[in-house]
Design a protein around this ligand. Structure first.
Ligand code: ADP
Ligand code: F6P
Length: 323
């Protein structure tokens, strides 16, 4: 019987478990023996490999995180690290690998693929910064968590007539901040893709204050040149420019730990299944993502050499809405 392995790598994302479950059960259905690699690429290097049966993935579809564990593994960026990983794969007679993860993980997948090993990536990161997928596993849940926090903070902002800076994750990508800002009715959104200096933001908030708005919410992406801490430092020095009293909340990893939404469970299930079906037909060296509503394969060479653009028309829309 042919054997395939699955691993989760990089930042955990809600829905990774649903993807593992789908790979295992669809894989078994297609006649594969499935192995799980624990803790991402680290487990490949340290030989942390376990067999996975259909029952081993029971009861995980509704759980955030990843039952296999995830890791950042600097050794995998070296040729020696990847050669050691290949030795472990050969030792277990594993013939194909499904790599569930974000941009860094898919760069690792590409490197392994260039060494001749059959891999397929599955697009999974809360940052939604992966070329080859309109939306990635985990984004919907992370966005809903950010939104719930924004709605709650709005209550206090309104009661106290305050401004809030709310920092969301996303690494160098402003997607989460932009979408959370629009859906949360923010007065301003600060993202890495468009530089916003503190003076301009102060003017926008001052104008909201003078229009008689009882509160103001600013969603700030962690990767913006002026993140929430930098903006708060500026406002501490220039209180008079703001009008509002100001508070800062950084959501951080809270955004990653939620139970996956229906959307993420379905997306992960479909992408995991598609990856296995493609491997079964002999296809590899691609990322399986969701493009125009369908699981779609994009060559990993394209994925690693392109940057997914953010639709900045939505920032303009957010500006028009904040009146
Ligand atoms: P994500 O996959 O969520 O973007 P990271 O950027 O941390 O997370 O990448 C996860 C892991 O992928 C890294 O710890 C490393 O093991 C592997 N990786 C990242 N970049 C490369 C690279 N250039 N070559 C080989 N492996 C890489
Ligand atoms: O890539 C997912 C992500 O949550 C980013 O949004 C964030 O910048 C990073 O991971 C945080 O990494 P760590 O969990 O290693 O602190």
């Amino acid at each position: 019987m042919k054997s395939m392995a699955v691993l989760t790598s990089g930042g955990d994302a809600p829905g990774m478990n649903a993807a593992i479950r789908s790979v295992v059960r669809v894989g078994i259905d297609k006649g594969w023996q499935i192995m799980g690699i624990r803790h991402g690429y680290s487990g490949l290097i340290t030989n942390n490999v376990i067999p996975l049966g259909a029952r081993d993935v029971s009861g995980i579809i509704q759980q955030g995180g990843t039952m296999l564990g995830s890791a950042r593994c600097p050794e995998f960026k070296t040729m020696e690290g990847r050669q050691q990983a290949l030795r472990v794969l050969q030792e277990h007679k594993i013939e194909a690998l499904v790599i569930i993860g974000g941009g860094g993980s898919q760069t690792g997948a590409h490197a392994l693929s260039q060494m001749g090993f059959p891999v397929i990536g599955v697009a999974s990161t809360i940052d939604n910064d992966l070329y080859g997928s309109d939306i990635t596993i985990g984004v919907d849940t992370a966005l809903n968590i950010a939104l719930e926090a924004i709605d709650r903070l709005k209550v206090t902002a309104l009661s106290h007539e305050r401004a809030f800076l709310i920092e969301v994750m996303g690494r160098d990508c402003g997607y989460l901040a932009l979408m959370a800002g629009i859906a949360g009715g923010a007065e301003a959104i600060v993202i890495p893709e468009v530089e916003t200096d503190p003076e301009t933001l102060a003017d926008e908030l001052r104008s909201a204050y003078e229009r008689g708005q009882a509160h103001a919410l600013v969603v700030v992406a962690e990767g913006a040149k002026y993140n929430a801490a930098a903006l708060a430092d500026y406002f501490k020095e220039h209180k008079e420019r703001l009008g509002f009293d100001l508070r800062v909340t950084t959501l951080g990893h809270v955004q990653r730990g939620g139970a996956p939404s229906a959307y993420d469970r379905l997306l992960a299930t479909r992408l995991g299944a598609d990856a296995v079906e493609r491997l079964t037909l002999g296809e590899h060296g691609v990322l399986v993502g969701f493009v125009k509503g369908e699981p779609t394969a994009t060559p990993l060479t394209e994925v690693v050499s392109n940057k997914k653009p953010l639709d900045l028309r939505l920032l303009e829309l957010a500006r028009m809405l904040a009146r």
